[in-house]
Design a protein around this ligand. Structure first.
Ligand code: UT7
Length: 316
């Protein structure tokens, strides 16, 4: 696999921590010190589909391709206004692609899993050019009366176009079933047969401290394992492009791996936690700012609800 183009799209509305004090008993100081977040982008008149389309078009253009050149679209998305069809189907039609497409729902680690699936499609010759997209609106999973979760998230979309190449060097995916630490229950239509209380919808539930602990320990261990198994050291890696959940989680992983600040770029301060879109948003920002060069070794690593982790080692 080789990345040949990236693109991203964010909502235009910038929401500061101070703006959130209008809705909850919180403060800029609490949010900054606990999470590192200063602002986030939240959708107003845009839809997630709008962002997904723009991010996809930007990535396809950066790759020097047309939508009809794509052989597959794989989209990471936790949830959106439609249960079906999948978001990738809507994007496919809107951008003028004709290839098959599907969504994966692996929460914050979704983009890394989607890239790993893309790699296997390329290796087996099932596809030549794949759009790997992540589009998320986690601000709409929270109950906007709960300060513990609502201050953490932002919306966004980003994509990478990949083709066959020799830049993929390995990946490690894990799932440790621990479904109570971070979940949301969908609303389903009641049937006349259901027993009351069995199916209950609920906005996001998160045991913050447990998620924090699992994120730092699991992600650090997985990255370490991946690098060792491929014969690399932390110092060989130009960038660790981590899921942007919380500055303290990122710093915890950096400390465990004994990496430098330069190796751990961040966008969480600007965009909050955009779920699986955070890794490709950061990747696209590094590309657009000319901070990453062809051949640079990168690790992309995501973690989240499941509890699931995914880490991928490749050259840009
Ligand atoms: O993609 C993965 C998604 N999840 C995450 O990344 C979450 C990982 N966890 C975290 O980042 C942290 O656990 C949080 C930032 C969510 C919370 O930080 P914490 O240091 O673990 O705080 P806490 O939950 O233990 O709460 C400490 C206090 C509590 O008050 P009391 O009981 O000490 O009086 C909370 O009620 O902070 C209070 N609190 C708030 N105060 C102001 C919780 N949320 C807020 C808030 N503003 N937004």
């Amino acid at each position: 696999m080789k990345i040949i183009g990236t693109g991203s799209a964010l909502p235009k509305k910038v929401v500061t921590n101070d703006m959130l004090t209008e809705f909850f008993d919180t403060s800029d100081e609490w949010i900054r010190t606990r999470t590192g977040i200063e602002t986030r982008r939240i959708m107003t008149d845009e839809s997630l589909l709008d962002l997904a389309i723009t991010a996809s078009r930007n990535a396809i253009e950066a790759a020097g391709l047309k939508a009809e050149d794509l052989d597959y679209i794989i989209c990471s998305n936790v949830n959106n206004n439609y249960v079906y069809p999948s978001l990738s189907c809507m994007v496919q039609g809107a951008i003028g692609a004709t290839c098959p497409c599907f969504d994966v729902r692996i929460a914050c680690a979704g983009f890394v899993y989607a890239m790993d699936i893309a790699e296997s499609f390329l290796t087996t010759g099932r596809a030549g050019k794949i759009l790997v997209l992540a589009a998320e609106e986690p601000t709409r999973f929270c109950h906007w009366k709960q300060r513990e979760t609502s201050v953490l998230f932002g919306d966004g979309a980003a994509a990478a176009v990949v083709e066959a190449g020799n830049e993929y060097m390995g990946a490690r995916m894990t799932t440790i079933s621990n479904t109570e630490v971070l979940y949301q229950r969908n609303r389903l239509e009641p049937t006349p047969f259901e027993v009351e209380g069995v199916y209950v919808d609920h906005p996001m539930v998160m045991l913050g401290r447990e998620v924090f602990r699992m994120a730092v320990s699991n992600c650090s261990a997985e990255i370490n394992h991946l690098l060792k198994s491929k014969g690399y050291q932390v110092s060989d890696v130009k960038y660790f492009i981590l899921h942007q959940a919380n500055m303290r989680i990122i710093k915890g992983i950096q400390q465990y791996l004994e990496g430098t600040d330069e190796q751990f770029p961040t966008t969480v301060q600007k965009y909050g936690n955009t779920s699986s879109a955070s890794i490709p948003i950061l990747l696209d920002e590094l590309v657009r700012d000319n901070k990453i060069a062809r051949g640079d070794l990168i690790v992309m690593s995501g973690f989240g609800s499941g509890f699931t982790t995914g880490s991928l080692l490749m050259k840009y």
